[in-house]
Design a protein. Sequence first.
Length: 226
Amino acid sequence: MICWGHRGCKGAAIENTMAAFYAAFEAGAQGIELDIQLSSDGIPVVLHDESPARTHGLAGLVDNVAAQTLNQLGIPSLEAVLLVFGPKGYINIEIKNPQATAAVVQLIQKYYSVQAQKEAHVLVSSFHEEVLQTAFEIDPNIALGILTATSVKRALALANEIHAYAIHPAALLCSTQVVDQIHAAGYKVFPWTVNEAAHFITLSQMHVDGIITDEPKLCLETLHHG
């Protein structure tokens, strides 16, 4: 089972930064989850919100700022993350801004072989159906993850349309029946965001394929000793 560090590793560093990703892998995570926005010069950058205000203290929208300026603030480009952390483990790229989709796909094609894509060494995920459909149209080899907080049924229908790799349901949507249903349809199950020991154990007993967590160290310690 893959332990995904959600935006890196909570408490170790500012979320979605190089330091946070280093911390996640140092904690033992097999993969990291990160979020993508688009800079003013069209470069995919790693940031959850549309504005850097909450995490980096910069007012305004990220798509009004050039990537180089964002980098100086500690907001990395996706390319920098792939170069450093791609060889270390799995990368789950959640696209927040649909306009970033084509540029993200181009970077994946640049740094990952078709075989690596098929083996889901890198994963494109989103709540936006248009993002996943666009990524599939550009490159059907890219592993796709469908995020849902409401309907596993709709996620499964979309998964069939775009030949998805995984469903990423909110943890509260998960039950043994739901996980079995997703597996029976041929998809992996990566629930989010799970941070308590009891929930790690419960989901493990449901046989999910991975857990997206702010607490990778606790996740691994719980599952290895639970």
